[in-house]
Design a protein around this ligand. Structure first.
Ligand code: GRF
Length: 203
């Protein structure tokens, strides 16, 4: 399977997926990594792994629609079976999401449907939650609202701050994202409208 990964930052989830492809855990190949920011550290991780990279800055496009059209063109050069959002910090247009329906995954740092949007770790701390976590989901037009495939929970301690909590959540992200990509590449995972299916069962 051909995978295209979109990033904006550090790319630690990208790294976990790169490692899982090289070890054979994921039966697929990352064909390209595309970033909207030239200084995204994940671009270095990709080059180090010998993966084609591209920067497509949103700043040079007049509108979100134009940017997303250019992004589709860039991605489709690589004929992906799967598009993986790994810390890609942009809201995508309905046209983009529809174009990749059923083959677009995202990881979100909360136990969805809780804390859609930004600053999830701080919001969980402020709410006095005793658990927190991350979710891998198919992307639909509803922001952070598509069908969840897999979640991991972590404890939230009273002395946690955003740094300690996000580190604990990241460890789980690096575990569950490669696993979900593996399922997809093994043809075991599907999206049907607002439901995700694994091995013929609704998740
Ligand atoms: C992760 O916390 C992910 O849940 C969110 O963006 C962050 C990306 O981290 N969508 P990294 O760039 O993979 O290290």
């Amino acid at each position: 399977k051909s995978i295209v990964v979109l990033i904006s930052g550090s790319g630690s989830n990208l790294q976990a997926i790169i490692d899982a492809c090289s070890s054979g855990f994921i039966p697929g190949k990352i064909s390209a990594v595309i970033a909207n920011k030239a200084n995204a550290y994940g671009l270095v991780r990709a080059s180090d792994a010998g993966i084609t990279t591209q920067v497509l800055s949103h700043k040079t496009y007049a509108s979100r629609d134009h940017y997303d059209e250019a992004l589709i063109d860039a991605i489709d050069q690589h004929q992906p079976d799967l598009v993986v959002l790994a810390g890609f910090m942009r809201i995508l247009t309905p046209a983009f999401v529809q174009h990749y329906a059923g083959r677009l995954l995202n990881i979100h740092p909360s136990l969805l449907p809780k804390y859609q949007g930004l600053n999830t770790h701080q919001r969980a701390i402020d709410a006095g939650d005793t658990e927190h976590g991350c979710s891998v989901h198919f992307v639909t037009e509803q922001l952070d609202g598509g069908p969840v495939v897999l979640q991991a929970k972590v404890p939230l301690f009273s002395d946690d701050d955003v740094a300690t909590l996000s580190e604990r959540v990241h460890e789980q992200e690096h575990r569950i994202y490669p696993l979900v990509v593996r399922w997809f590449c093994q043809n075991r995972l599907q999206q049907q409208a607002d439901q995700a299916w694994l091995d013929g069962n609704i998740l």
